[in-house]
Design a protein. Structure first.
Length: 260
């Protein structure tokens, strides 16, 4: 089907020398779009099909239909530091969540992790998200609307450190500055052995978490971080790119115990 007015298009710009950049454009016939290879007019994209390419002066651009990953990376608005797919994919994987589960999230920010969680538990599950900042809630709601996950997410403008309203959660995710102050408050709302995943950016926070976790209620299963390094796709000289996505945060996996 031809690309239509107002449709999102992922543009992969390639100069054939190992340099490649990605753009996401909402196509309009009245707009001109800039890439590092040169400008492209919206009217020259419309009525083409996904999978086609266009030759520009300094290289070629490829017109790709964006998937959820592309929307998250290149379209969604963000007002705070977010958890990108590099980390969120692994976070969700070690949680073991799946369709139909009941999940708690605290500190939703712009909703990037919220979307990744929803992708796994919807349409039959429910995500109860707690956030104290109303401005963040508004951004998260808009991002959820763009990715069609509003129906299974319930957002509470409430401090998780004061407790939660629901019971029998299958998993919990804490992306907040002081997660140790929430652990005791949410424990009784979690199923025994359920995972609690904490995301923090500094070693100091890990140390404080370790000092404050109640060993009668939780056991720490894993502490890790992920590093992502891309490679230049040049046949004559394949090598890593100069820049890499290094440290973004630490992932701590805890499991709930039956309180003594």
């Amino acid at each position: 089907m031809p690309i239509s007015e107002g449709q999102n298009v992922l543009v992969i710009a390639d100069n054939n020398l190992g340099k490649r950049k990605l753009y996401l454009f909402k196509v309009s016939s009245k707009q001109s779009y800039s890439t590092f290879l040169g400008n492209i007019q919206g009217k020259d994209i419309l009525d083409r099909n996904f999978g086609e390419s266009i030759q520009l002066g300094k290289g070629r651009i490829y017109l790709i239909e964006p998937n959820l990953y592309d929307i998250i990376m290149y379209e969604l608005k963000r007002k705070s530091q977010v958890i990108y797919p590099k980390d969120s994919g692994y976070i969700v994987s070690i949680s073991g969540i799946r369709n139909g589960m009941k999940v708690l999230e605290a500190g939703i920010g712009s909703g990037f992790l919220t979307i990744e969680i929803s992708r796994h538990i919807c349409p039959n599950g429910k995500l109860y998200a707690y956030e104290i900042r109303q401005d963040m809630i508004e951004i998260a709601k808009k991002n959820l609307e763009k990715t069609n996950f509003t129906n299974c997410v319930i957002i509470n403008n409430q401090d998780v450190r004061e407790g939660v309203n629901e019971k029998d959660f299958d998993a919990a995710f804490l992306d907040m500055a002081d997660p140790w102050n929430a652990l005791n408050k949410i424990h009784d709302s979690l199923k025994i052995s359920s995972p609690v995943i904490v995301f923090v950016p500094t070693v100091n926070q890990i140390e404080k978490l370790l000092s404050n976790v109640d060993i009668n209620k939780y056991v720490i299963q894993e502490i890790s971080e992920l590093i992502k390094r891309e490679w230049e796709p040049r046949k004559e000289a394949i090598r890593p790119t100069i820049r890499a996505i290094g440290h973004t945060g630490f992932i701590i996996l805890l499991r709930t115990l039956k309180a003594i």
